[in-house]
Design a binder for this molecule. Structure first.
Ligand code: AMP
Ligand code: MG
Length: 469
């Protein structure tokens, strides 16, 4: 059962998330709703539970983990399907280990904003319905205050949920879990010759697709442990995540991840590695090592195909050409050498014009070109890119619309979250809601919110995020 918090208050709610469970967002600020979504009152028909799981953390077997501070209230049949509601930070569970079962306001706001921002970006993810807070003090690196974020997803089952029963050598429990997941979330696989193999293939495929979306939007999860990998292939557990700003393929967003296991570039092989861990857990059910091994190749294909599609769309290309890989490689290398802001680059690339006189090209390119220190190198790449666009008969206006529909103007930069968090820590929650409303429409121009698309200020260079949440 959740443990109540003293004098809870409303922090923020997501209107689109409320719609998924047929709730009126205005109701979420009511005292009776605040009580439920803080864990102070449990709805009459709810049967709260915390789930056990295990997992590999930073490549090492960590043994039993489990919902140490997450409590499932139950599920709701929403207009778009079944959604489970889970309170994160509502007190200790049998799996709290050394933890206090709590979440702080800072990390709850980060999870809330990022879940909803990712959904708006079209990235598969768990959702966040509402954040409530309490002035109860919570000890982290400094004293902070408690909060609860209500998350939603069709399921919170993780790769680690399967690893748990496998390492406990409990094949019957393993089978019950797999059958439940297939029956509830992958009913189309039930009739496959080997449903457990089909499950592995499908989860592996979805994971490859998920990682392609992360890479294409510059999202770094920060803690891709197998206990944070969803069996549905959706982004799960927002902690020390970050969005790529000055492009660096080796960027590490989690301050605690000193070895860079979960760096931007490493997300791709780690996603594959995690699927291996899942395959290993499912092996007693699949009972065919070779087939399980082969199923893992699905990851490479799914990732490669989706990333390629997303990259073509980001570049405004509607056809494919054998030189596209080289064009993209040169582009990424230039972005790396010049520390170009990932989001601004792709957004401004959409404004590039083919239909421009030679004499005006430099002025026309300036907003994009000025992101580079090495302007001649940019000019050389831009000439190749223009040639490629001309080759497929690209039209400026149409390409601009298409590119702006896939290259966001607004992402959850760390400093934007930090500003909202600091205001909230001083009792002003309005910036959380304002920022969320901007992030809900990441592809729209929203000229009145241009400031939210700006490069990070100097003070943000010192921002660090870690696992302490
Ligand atoms: P994470 O890497 O944040 O997904 O957390 C790893 C494990 O630690 C999970 O089992 C969490 O439930 C658990 N955990 C993290 N923070 C706490 C906390 N404050 N209290 C209890 N368990 C926690
Ligand atoms: Mg976790």
């Amino acid at each position: 059962m959740p443990t109540p918090l003293p004098a809870p208050y409303f922090v923020a709610a997501s209107t689109p998330a409320a719609g998924l469970v047929g709730l009126d967002p205005a109701d979420l600020a009511r005292d009776d709703f605040i009580a439920v979504f803080t864990g102070n009152e449990v709805p009459a028909r709810a049967q709260p539970l915390a789930a056990v799981y295990s997992g590999h953390q930073f490549g090492h077997w960590a043994g039993q983990l489990g919902d140490g501070r997450a409590i499932l209230l139950g599920d709701i049949d929403g207009p778009q399907g079944r959604m489970e509601l889970q309170l994160k930070g509502a007190g200790m569970t049998p799996y709290s280990r050394m933890g206090d079962g709590r979440a702080v306001l800072r990390s709850s706001i980060r999870e809330f904003l990022c879940s909803e921002a990712m959904a708006a970006l079209g990235v598969p993810t768990t959702r966040a319905l509402v954040v409530t807070g309490s002035n109860k003090g919570i000890i982290r690196e400094t004293m902070e205050t408690a909060a609860v974020v209500t998350r939603m997803a069709p399921s919170f089952v993780r790769f680690g949920s399967f690893e748990h029963w496998r390492y406990r050598d409990k094949p019957e429990e393993l089978r019950i879990l797999a059958d439940y997941v297939i029956k509830t979330f992958y009913p189309e696989l039930a009739g496959a010759p080997n449903p457990y193999l089909a499950l592995l293939e499908e989860v592996t495929r979805r994971t490859g697709v998920l990682i392609a979306h992360w890479q294409a939007v510059g999202f770094m999860h920060g803690v891709m442990n197998t206990d944070n990998m969803s069996i549905l292939g959706i982004t799960l557990d927002y902690g020390p995540f970050g969005f790529m700003e000055a492009f660096d393929v080796d960027h590490i967003c989690n301050h605690t991840d000193q070895g860079g296991r979960y760096s931007y570039a490493n997300q791709v092989p780690v996603g594959h590695w995690n699927c291996y861990a899942l395959a290993n857990a499912l092996l007693p059910l699949i009972d065919d090592q070779e087939a399980a091994q082969a199923a893992l190749d699905v990851y490479i294909d799914a990732y490669g195909t989706r990333f390629d599609e997303l990259l073509h769309a980001k570049l405004g290309l509607t056809t494919t050409h054998e030189d596209d890989r080289a064009l993209a490689d040169t582009m990424f290398q230039l972005m790396q050498d010049n520390k170009v802001d990932f989001t601004l680059f792709f957004r401004r690339l959409g404004d590039l014009r083919l239909d421009v006189a030679d004499a005006e090209r430099e002025a026309s390119d300036a907003p994009l070109r000025d992101l580079f220190l090495d302007r001649p190198a940019f000019d050389a790449w831009a000439a190749q890119y223009r040639a490629r666009l001309r080759q497929e008969g690209s039209v400026d206006a149409a390409r601009r619309v298409a590119m702006h529909a896939v290259n966001p103007k607004y992402i959850l930069r760390n400093y934007l979250a930090q500003v909202a968090i600091e205001k909230a820590q001083n009792g002003d929650y309005s910036e959380v809601t304002r920022l969320l409303s901007v992030l809900e429409r990441p592809f729209d121009e929203q000229p009145e919110h241009d400031a939210y698309a700006a490069l990070p200020p100097d003070w943000a260079a010192h921002l660090e995020v870690s696992c302490s949440s």
